[in-house]
Design a protein around this ligand. Structure first.
Ligand SMILES: Cc1cc2nc3c(=O)[nH]c(=O)nc-3n(C[C@H](O)[C@H](O)[C@H](O)COP(=O)(O)OP(=O)(O)OC[C@H]3O[C@@H](n4cnc5c(N)ncnc54)[C@H](O)[C@@H]3O)c2cc1C
Length: 399
C-alpha cells in the first residue's frame, strides 16, 4: 500500500482535514487522508453545538438528520445561582456530530480524495529540512510505509503531533487545554431550546459546565475545567458534582472525556511543505473551546493558499505564508480578543464572577447575531471591577 502518487497528504479525518481534502481534490489534486480511528466521527467527543445557520451552510447542507435541535438562546447561571436568559432565535443548532463528520468525509471522497481509516501518521519525512511526506502505520496489520508528497496538512486535532514534528509548536501547557467530561443525559422533561452555561469553582474551576439540549428530553451535559485550577479533582469528579446539582435523576450514557484547546493562536501556521489547520493549529475559540466552524474556516483559508502554492510549484513556507496572514488578520484576531477575555474572566473567584456577570450581560452590544463580542465583554468586566484593568493590561503583554 502507499505507492500511488499523492500531491497532498492530510493527517486527520475530522472537519478540518475532510474540508481541506475536499477543496483540494475538487480542483483535481491527488489527496490522501489518514485517519487513525476505524470509523470517521466516532466516538463523539463534542457537545455538538454550532451556529448560526448561514455559517454552517457555507460548508454543509443542514438537513433534518443532521439537526438534533434548534437553539433559540442561552442561559447563564452565575456562581451565586442567579440566572441570565437571553433570547436569540435561530442562533445555532445542536447537531449529530458523527453524521456531520461522516458527511464531510464523504464529500472529500466524492471529490476524489483517498480516505484511509485505521491508518496513523507516525512521523514526517524530511529532505533538507523541507517536509516531503508522511510515515504511516496501518493499525490493524502493524504494517508501516511512507508516502511522499508536495505538501502535508496537519489536521490531527487537539492530540496533534504533526505541528510539533514540523517545528511549528511546542506541546500544550496544561492550562492551554480544557479538560472535559461529558455525558448524554436523558429523561428530563424541561430541557428548553436554550443552551445553558453554568459558572463556578465547585463545578468548573477555570472553565464552565454546559447543558446543550438534543431534543426528546436528551442533552449533552458536561464540564470543561482548567486542570491547574482544580483542588485535585478531575473533570469526571466535577461532572459528578454538576450533574447531581443540575439533573440528579437523569439517565446517563455516552460518557466521554477529552481535551479541548483554549490556547493562544500560533504565530505561524505553515512551514516548508507543511500547514496546520483546525484544532491542531490552535484555531478553536479560546473562550468557549468551540472549534467546529473555526476548523472549517481554517480549512478554507489553508486550501486557498495551498492551491495557489501548488499551482506555482512552490510549497515553501514563504509561498504558504498568505494562509497565516489571512487567518491572523480575521478569525485569529477575534480569537486573540477571546483569549484575553478568557484569561481575565476565568481567573475570577466566584464572588467576583457573580458581580461581574450582571455588568457583562447588560452592556450594550455585548451580543451580536453570532454570540458574544469579546471586546465588549472585556469592557463589561473592567467597568464592573476597575481594579482588574491592571491585571488585564499585564495579561495582554504576556505571551
Ligand atoms: C467535550 C468536548 C466538547 C466540545 N464541544 C464543542 C461544541 O459544542 N462545539 C464546537 O464547535 N466545538 C466543540 N468542541 C471542540 C471540537 O470538537 C473541535 O474543536 C473540533 O473537532 C476540531 O476539528 P478538527 O478537525 O481540527 O479536529 P478533530 O475533529 O479532533 O479531528 C482530528 C482527527 O485526527 C485524527 N488523528 C489524530 N492524530 C492522528 C494521526 N497521527 N494519524 C491519523 N489521524 C490522526 C483524530 O482521530 C481525529 O479524528 C468540543 C470538544 C470537546 C473535547
Amino acid at each position: 500500500m502507499g505507492t500511488r502518487a499523492f500531491e497532498v497528504v492530510v493527517i486527520g479525518g475530522g472537519p478540518a482535514g475532510s474540508r481541506t481534502a475536499a477543496l483540494l481534490a475538487e480542483r483535481g489534486h491527488r489527496v490522501l487522508v489518514l485517519e487513525k480511528r476505524d470509523r470517521i466521527g466516532y466516538p463523539v467527543r463534542c457537545a455538538e453545538a454550532v451556529g448560526p445557520r448561514e455559517d454552517v451552510e457555507r460548508y454543509i447542507e443542514l438537513d433534518e438528520a443532521l439537526i438534533s435541535s434548534v437553539v433559540d438562546g442561552f442561559l447563564v447561571a452565575s456562581p451565586n445561582g442567579e440566572h441570565y436568559r437571553k433570547e436569540m432565535p435561530g442562533i445555532g443548532f445542536v447537531i449529530d456530530r458523527e453524521l456531520f463528520d461522516q458527511r464531510l468525509a464523504e464529500g472529500a471522497a466524492r471529490a476524489g480524495a483517498d480516505i484511509r481509516t485505521g491508518h496513523q501518521a507516525t512521523g514526517l519525512i524530511f529532505e533538507n529540512g523541507f517536509v516531503r511526506g508522511v510515515r504511516i502505520k496501518e493499525i490493524a496489520s502493524g504494517d508501516e510505509y511512507g508516502v511522499e508528497c508536495k505538501a502535508v496538512v496537519g489536521a490531527d486535532g487537539v492530540e496533534a503531533h504533526s505541528p510539533r514534528w514540523a517545528g511549528l509548536k511546542r506541546s500544550f501547557r496544561p492550562e492551554e487545554v480544557f479538560s472535559c467530561a461529558q455525558e448524554l443525559v436523558e429523561g428530563v422533561p424541561d430541557w428548553s431550546t436554550h443552551i445553558e452555561f453554568h459558572l463556578g469553582r465547585s463545578f468548573a474551576p477555570g472553565g464552565y459546565a454546559w447543558v446543550f439540549p438534543k431534543g426528546e428530553g436528551r442533552a449533552n451535559a458536561g464540564v470543561g475545567i482548567n486542570p491547574v485550577m482544580t483542588d485535585g479533582r478531575t473533570a469526571r469528579d466535577c461532572l459528578e458534582t454538576f450533574l447531581s446539582h443540575r439533573c440528579p435523576h437523569a439517565k446517563r450514557s455516552r460518557f466521554v472525556i477529552g481535551g479541548c484547546s483554549v490556547a493562544r493562536g500560533l504565530p505561524a501556521l505553515a512551514t516548508d511543505g507543511y500547514l496546520a489547520v483546525g484544532e491542531a493549529a490552535h484555531q478553536n475559540n479560546p473562550f468557549s473551546g468551540g472549534g467546529i466552524i473555526n476548523a472549517l474556516e481554517g480549512a478554507d483559508m489553508a486550501a486557498e493558499a495551498l492551491l495557489e502554492a501548488l499551482e506555482r510549484g512552490d510549497t515553501s513556507s514563504r509561498s504558504l505564508d498568505p494562509y497565516t496572514k489571512r487567518w491572523n488578520g480575521s478569525v485569529g484576531r477575534t480569537n486573540t480578543a477571546f483569549y484575553r477575555a478568557a484569561r481575565l474572566f476565568y481567573s475570577l473567584g466566584d464572588d467576583e464572577m457573580s458581580r461581574i456577570m450582571k455588568s457583562v450581560i447588560s452592556i450594550p452590544g455585548v451580543f451580536d447575531d453570532k454570540g458574544i463580542k469579546p471586546s465588549r465583554m472585556i469592557l463589561g468586566i473592567i467597568r464592573a471591577e476597575p481594579s482588574l484593568s491592571l491585571k488585564f493590561i499585564k495579561s495582554c503583554l504576556k505571551r
